[in-house]
Design a protein around this ligand. Structure first.
Ligand SMILES: [Zn+2]
Length: 64
């Protein structure tokens, strides 16, 4: 999830709604935004993924 804002000169900024980082500013085109957003590795999502992995593995460990 990203929020895009357009500058007065027509360029774009995009911000990740999960970690609230501005991941690009003054980007010329929306297709470039697509590429930048696709490359963003969100620290918030990485953390929640790790937490999910630990949660998923915890019951297995507790059963032994
Ligand atoms: Zn993010």
């Amino acid at each position: 999830m990203y929020t895009r804002t357009q500058n007065e000169n027509g360029s774009w900024n995009t911000r990740c709604l999960d970690c609230f980082l501005t991941i690009a500013s003054s980007v010329e085109s929306e297709s470039a935004l697509d590429a930048i957003e696709a490359r963003h590795i969100c620290p918030e999502k990485a953390l929640s993924w790790l937490a999910a992995q630990e949660y998923a593995s915890a019951p297995t460990a507790a059963r032994t």
